[in-house]
Write a protein that binds this ligand. Structure first.
Ligand code: GDP
Ligand code: MG
Length: 704
């Protein structure tokens, strides 16, 4: 008969009488509770050398002089792949590379049994390291409460490791765990993750080069290979930094995977999850009806196929209503301040070109943008609130049902929603999408989410079509315009995913956080950050554009002092006239043309340009005077220029055209070249033109 201790394969610096056991697991799985139950008060707390990660070690209760067991509570981690200090410590300890800490003889993998899929991910990675493991299924009380049954025998077989069920908080299962630690047979599982065929060879190659270059043992080489392959940023990977040969092999493998349209960033991760799902489907059963948590009760309503949508649109409707009713109050204050500033300058400075530049150009231009700050604040307040309460993940999930129809991933929802405020943070948020094609599609359609820069344009045009509309009616129309943008984005995504960016969309894996009371502090912090970005844009880009446009509209000087003659004579006026034949079929004249030209750099410039073009009391950015001027504007033959149809055509143009230099710049940066931003500029603006053309021409046919 063989004594268990002779089976211990990885005995290291500790003597056979002394056993070092490491507790590893996700944060909040109950490691510390287990540690306390196992060690009671015989604990020592310090730091690992050189880092601020806490090291907790304790002597297990029931240790005898001839057999003592030390327990090490490792920092909680979800994975061994990300090199955060906590994860680095956990990994180094498990590999025996931590000074002062011998390599553990056994790893007790603590698992939240109510969350097996996510928790087993780490277990699966730890198994790769080649240490004997014991799997503790903690929180079995919660599992029972939820009416789930876990087949422990089968799970133990499938994981090829002993399993101990526990309720650490109530010290249930602790004796069994001690027994397993003291007397259990310890061996390293040789079972490996089943990789999809197209990954097997690349991983083998990588394992080979890691063994040759760094002398790693097979299990460590395998573990490293799976981790390194998925790492976008190889700069901090010690094995890669030290070995050009490894880097070369990785690059080569990635290139060939790219050619096979396999996403090397996620392939190994997905394989691991697939392996876990495969185990779980045989092991976990849902039996008796489960007790339901508050979050779940709320979700029953908010995630319902029907009420989910009602709520979703209710929230969106409320958000837009707030933007168009409540926001008008501070908007009037801002408006008034800029008007006073302008008036002040006019009484203070003698009439001069410089004074005109300051009042008509700079103050009108910047003021015309800053006035929208309250609306942006409200938008970000809602976005922050949705994120903080946990509803955003639900909204992403609800939208995933729709977005998957367009071949988009639920993860695209947050970038797209952020794009309602501004496409720039939206496009930057696409970095969270692993699949490069999904990410590119999201970038390409994001500017069709109506951003806040369109608000001024929408506001003035809606007021022109329906001067007496109530706030609710305006919000309704606004919602419809947003919907048009969304539909366009949706359609474009479908087409892109079927043509130039073909590829399958991975499953929606996103954790649903429980509902929480929002933290006002973090919401306000976010509002503050966004507003600073917005104001910076107003202060730089819009500022310079305002000056440029003012110059273009003021020069060359016309012999006549008449303002409209001056405009006609100016560079901008000439450009507008040049453009008129092209835009007349859309219902626009040369003056609107000037607005369009200005808008190509930034949409919101339209309003300030129109203020100058129609010679509105320059510093007044309020809607009413401009609306009145629009109502009186005519074509040379005396027919009204801003008919409802022209306004609608213009609205459609502003929904779809790519009129934002900052977005072009960000897309160039995020896609690493000019190809995609140019493509986007052409397809969006081309589509905008055709859409406006159709609206105007069909409208005319129907005598609208
Ligand atoms: P750690 O982050 O892994 O160290 O986890 P902790 O030991 O700090 O436990 C996290 C939370 O889970 C605490 O609130 C514990 O009281 C709770 N907890 C621990 N074990 C159990 C258990 O078996 N059942 C339940 N329901 N809760 C537990
Ligand atoms: Mg802990």
């Amino acid at each position: 008969m063989e004594h268990p201790s002779t089976l211990i394969s990885s005995r290291s610096k500790t003597s056979p009488k002394q056993l070092l056991v490491a507790l590893a697991g996700n944060p909040n799985c109950g490691k510390t509770s287990l540690f306390n139950a196992l060690t009671k008060l015989k604990q020592k707390v310090g730091n690992y050398p050189g880092v601020t990660v806490e090291k907790k070690i304790g002597r297990m209760m029931g240790s005898t002089p001839d057999r003592s067991v030390d327990i090490l509570d490792l920092p909680g981690t979800y994975s061994l792949a990300v090199r955060s200090p906590d994860e680095q410590v956990a990994r180094d300890v498990l590999l025996g590379q931590m000074p002062d800490t011998p390599r553990p003889d056994v790893v007790v993998c603590v698992v939240d049994a109510g969350n097996l899929e996510r928790n087993l991910y780490l277990v699966s990675q730890i198994k790769d390291l080649g240490l004997p493991i014991i799997v503790v299924l903690n929180m079995m009380d919660a599992v029972k409460r939820e009416g789930k049954v876990i087949d422990l025998v089968r799970l133990s077989q499938r994981l090829d490791a002993p399993i101990v069920p526990t309720v650490a908080m109530k010290e249930i299962g602790i004796e069994e765990l001690k027994k397993e630690i003291l007397q259990g047979t310890r061996r390293v599982s040789t079972q490996r993750l089943q990789l999809p065929e197209n990954l097997q060879h690349p991983i083998e190659r990588l394992v080979q080069v890691l063994k040759e270059e760094h002398g790693l043992n097979p299990s460590l080489a395998y573990s490293e290979a799976l981790i390194i392959l998925s790492k976008e940023d190889l700069k901090n990977e010690p094995l890669v930094i030290h070995s050009p040969a490894v880097k070369e092999v990785i690059m080569d493998i990635r290139q060939s995977l790219d050619q096979q349209e396999i996403n090397w960033r996620s392939a190994a991760i997905e394989a691991r999850y697939a392996g876990i799902q495969n185990i779980l489907k045989d092991v976990v059963q849902q039996n008796s009806p489960r007790r339901i948590s508050w979050s779940e009760r709320i979700d029953r309503i908010l995630m319902d196929k029907f009420f989910g949508w009602v709520f979703f649109w209710g929230i969106m409707g409320m958000m837009f209503f707030m933007i168009f009713s409540v926001a008008t109050i501070p908007m009037n204050w801002i408006d008034g301040s800029f008007a006073r500033l302008s008036d002040g300058l006019k009484t203070f400075l003698p009439p001069s070109e410089l004074r005109d530049l300051l009042t008509d150009g700079v103050i009108a231009g910047v003021g015309g943008v800053v006035i929208f700050l309250p609306q942006i604040l409200i938008l970000f307040f809602f976005i922050g609130l949705l994120q903080d309460t946990g509803y955003m993940a639900r909204a992403a999930f609800i939208m995933d049902r729709v977005m998957s129809k367009a071949g988009l991933h639920g993860k695209s929802f947050i970038p797209l929603l952020s794009s309602f405020a501004c496409a720039i943070p939206g496009i930057m948020a696409t970095r969270a999408i692993e699949n490069p094609k999904d990410r590119l599609v999201t970038i390409l359609v994001a500017p069709w989410m109506s951003c806040s820069a369109r608000l001024p344009v929408y506001t003035i045009l809606i007021a022109t079509i329906l001067p007496a509309a109530s706030a609710w009616q305006k919000a309704g129309i606004m919602l419809f315009l947003y919907l048009l943008g969304i539909l366009g984005a949706f359609a474009a995504a479908v087409i892109l995913k079927r043509t130039i960016l073909k590829g399958s969309t991975p499953f929606f894996i996103m954790e649903m956080p429980p509902y929480r009371w929002p933290s006002l502090r973090s919401v306000i912090l976010q509002m503050w950050e966004r507003s600073c970005l917005f104001l910076k844009k107003a202060g730089t880009i819009i500022f310079s554009l305002s000056i440029l446009l003012w110059v273009l509209m003021s020069y060359p000087k016309s012999p006549s002092a008449d303002i409209s003659a001056q405009l006609n004579h100016s560079f901008a006026g000439r450009a507008g006239h040049l453009l008129e034949p092209l835009i007349k079929p859309l219902g626009f004249d040369w003056r609107i043309g000037i607005g369009l030209i200005g808008s190509f750099a930034a949409r919101e410039v339209f309003v300030s340009t129109m203020n100058i073009v129609f010679n509105i009391g320059n510093a007044d950015n309020h809607t009413e005077p401009l609306r009145a001027a629009f109502a009186q504007a005519t074509w040379p033959d005396g027919s009204p220029l801003f008919t409802p149809l022209t306004c609608m055509s213009l609205l459609v143009f502003y929904i779809y055209a790519m009129q934002c230099l900052s977005t072009v710049a960000v897309v160039r940066r995020e896609t690493n070249g000019w190809k995609w931003p140019v493509f986007q500029l052409v397809y969006m603006t081309g589509f905008a033109y055709l859409a406006s053309l159709s609206v105007y021409q069909f409208g005319k046919l129907l005598n609208f």
